[in-house]
Structures are given as structure tokens and as C-alpha cells.
Design a protein around this ligand. Structure first.
Ligand SMILES: N[C@@H](CCC(=O)N[C@@H](CS)C(=O)NCC(=O)O)C(=O)O
Length: 308
């Protein structure tokens, strides 16, 4: 296990597929990390105190630096711990993006239709509000199951073709970002008991991915993680800003950042870093002191806030 680098604190919950993507990556890298369990639905007072409002999981905290979204979290882990690598010349990033915008939703629709009787009303209402589908009922979720299963099965044939081509991973000889992203979607489909028996190459690949485990995990209280943020100073930015940005924002402006899909919560702060790949906002709060909250550009809208 590599313990010399700064402590990795993952805010997550066990049932979250995107959190499983990062847990599995931490397993592949053989890393020690601290686990802070968040609620599965709003309110999430500790997480949002740290992020300034971002509610999704997982979130990676390193001292007073807070990384939102698994695309960015995976990049940061790769920068800090490049061995064993997840990089390589392949279509892995294209696969990751296809999973994010397409396959993941099909997996969620399928598995929710299977487990809906075990979910409570407040959870359902939370997810309905998040997807702007206020009239969502249990029956609607259940009825969508057969079509979700069929859609998932159709697209998993593409995955089966790709994984039958000979290489052990989507990325080639070793796993890449596409492997971990695909794995989290299929891990969730398996949780809903999707039948993988007609997909032997996919099934064998899932076993290879599962074998990475989740690294060396230690539980930590949320309050303790927020104390770490308060007692730390954000690190110098690891990237060059390109300001002004074509979107019209520039360093020093007050901006708001919002996910493009699912969840309308915004994070507002001073823009202290901007590049075609990343955004960084400086936030101040009593509980966390000064933190830098980082986002990838892909999947997030950024707007200048009107001066008050
Ligand atoms: N694009 C995000 C998606 C994260 C995401 O959708 N996470 C789900 C859990 S798997 C979530 O936060 N759902 C709402 C919640 O837990 O409050 C990422 O890659 O991190």
C-alpha cells in the first residue's frame, strides 16, 4: 500500500455505483483511503458544507481540496499515483463518456425497477425531484422494467463484442477510465440481478475488475473530515489557467457551477482556476474554512453571477 502521499478521503455510500467506480480504482492502485459515509438523499449537511452545495457522490477530499465528479477524481488519483497506470492509447475515454450519457441511465432504470419495493417514499421523492419528474410513482418505475432490461441487453451486446476481441480490458492490457466507468454501471445492473449468463466475455471481465477489491479502507466521521479541511490550506493549482474563458468567465469573478444533468444544486464561489478541462472555485465557510472545490468542464455549466 502507498501511504506517503496526502490522505485521500472519499465521501460516498456503499450502494452508490459511481462511488464503486472510485473504490475499485483505489483497489487497482492498492491505495489506503478514508471513508466518510454520506446520506443517500438530501439533506446532506456535512457533504454540502464541504462542497458548497454539490450533493452527488462520490466526492474526494484531500485536505482543503475538494474534487467533484468521478472523471476528475480519477484524473487526480492518476496524477498522484501513476503506478499502476490507467492511461494508454485506446478508446477508453470514449467508452467512459458513452456510459455516462447513455448506458448508466439504462442500468439505473433496470435496477430501480427491480428494487423499487425496498426503497422508501422519501428516497423516491428525492430522486423524482432530482430528475425533474415530480409525478414519478412506484408503478411507473416497475412498469419501465421490461423495456429497461431489453435496452440494456441490446447495448451490452456491443460490450460483449468489444470484450471478446482478445484484450483483457477495454483499455487493452490494463484497465483505464473506460473500464472503471463501465464496471460501475454493470455492477449496479448486477445488483438488480441482471442476467449476464449470455455474455461470457463481459462476465469474465467483471470478475477481473471485481478482483481489484477496494484498497485499504478506514472509516472516518464526517465531522473529522470537515476538521481536516478547516485545518488545511488548499494546494497550489496543478494546472495553468486560461483566462478569460470562451464562456465569458475569468479569474476573480464570482461564478456558479451546476451539473448539466440530474440535480440542479449550484455551487457558488470565486473562480480561482479555469482551463478547458477544469474549474476551481474558492469557498469560505465557518465549518470548513477556505477550500478549493474543483470540477471537470465536461458535464458542468458555469455562469458568471451578477454583482450584487
Ligand atoms: N457525473 C457524476 C455522477 C455521480 C452520480 O450521479 N452519483 C449518484 C450516486 S451513484 C448520486 O449522487 N445520486 C444522488 C445522491 O446520492 O444524492 C460522477 O461521475 O461523479
Amino acid at each position: 500500500m502507498n501511504t506517503s502521499a496526502p490522505s485521500l478521503i472519499l465521501h460516498h455510500y456503499n450502494e452508490s455505483p459511481y462511488a464503486e467506480k472510485i473504490r475499485s480504482l483505489l483497489g487497482y492502485k492498492g491505495l489506503a483511503w478514508q471513508s466518510v459515509i454520506t446520506p443517500k438523499q438530501m439533506p446532506k449537511p456535512d457533504l454540502t458544507a464541504l462542497t458548497g452545495g454539490y450533493r452527488k457522490v462520490p466526492v474526494l477530499q484531500i485536505g482543503a481540496d475538494v474534487y467533484c465528479d468521478t472523471r476528475l477524481i480519477a484524473q487526480v488519483i492518476e496524477e498522484l499515483h501513476p503506478t499502476p497506470a490507467t492511461t494508454g492509447a485506446s478508446w477508453s475515454e470514449v467508452v467512459a463518456h458513452w456510459v455516462d450519457v447513455n448506458l448508466f441511465g439504462k442500468s439505473v432504470a433496470f435496477t430501480f425497477s427491480q428494487i423499487i419495493d425496498f426503497l422508501d417514499d422519501t428516497f423516491l421523492a428525492d430522486r423524482a425531484a432530482m430528475s425533474s419528474h415530480s409525478g414519478l410513482t412506484r408503478d411507473m418505475v416497475k412498469l419501465s422494467g421490461p423495456l429497461a432490461r431489453q435496452n440494456l441487453a441490446s447495448e451490452l451486446r456491443w460490450v460483449e463484442q468489444g470484450l471478446s476481441a482478445g484484450a483483457p480490458f477495454v483499455n487493452g492490457t490494463h484497465p483505464g477510465h473506460g473500464d472503471f466507468t463501465l464496471y460501475c454501471a454493470l455492477w449496479f445492473a448486477r445488483f438488480g440481478r441482471f442476467d449476464f449468463s449470455g455474455l461470457p466475455a463481459t462476465d469474465a471481465w467483471m470478475k477481473r475488475m471485481k478482483a481489484f477489491g477496494q484498497g485499504d479502507r478506514t472509516e472516518m466521521a464526517a465531522e473529522a473530515a470537515l476538521d481536516v479541511a478547516r485545518d488545511s490550506t488548499p494546494l497550489p493549482l496543478p494546472y495553468e489557467s486560461q483566462s478569460p474563458d470562451p464562456s465569458g468567465i475569468a479569474l476573480g469573478m464570482r461564478v456558479s457551477v451546476q451539473p448539466e444533468v440530474m440535480g440542479k444544486e449550484t455551487v457558488e464561489g470565486e473562480l480561482v482556476g479555469v482551463s478547458p478541462e477544469r474549474l476551481t472555485l474558492r469557498l469560505n465557510s465557518e465549518r470548513c474554512g477556505q477550500v478549493h472545490v474543483h470540477f471537470p468542464r465536461v458535464g458542468y455549466k458555469v455562469r458568471r453571477m451578477q454583482p450584487t
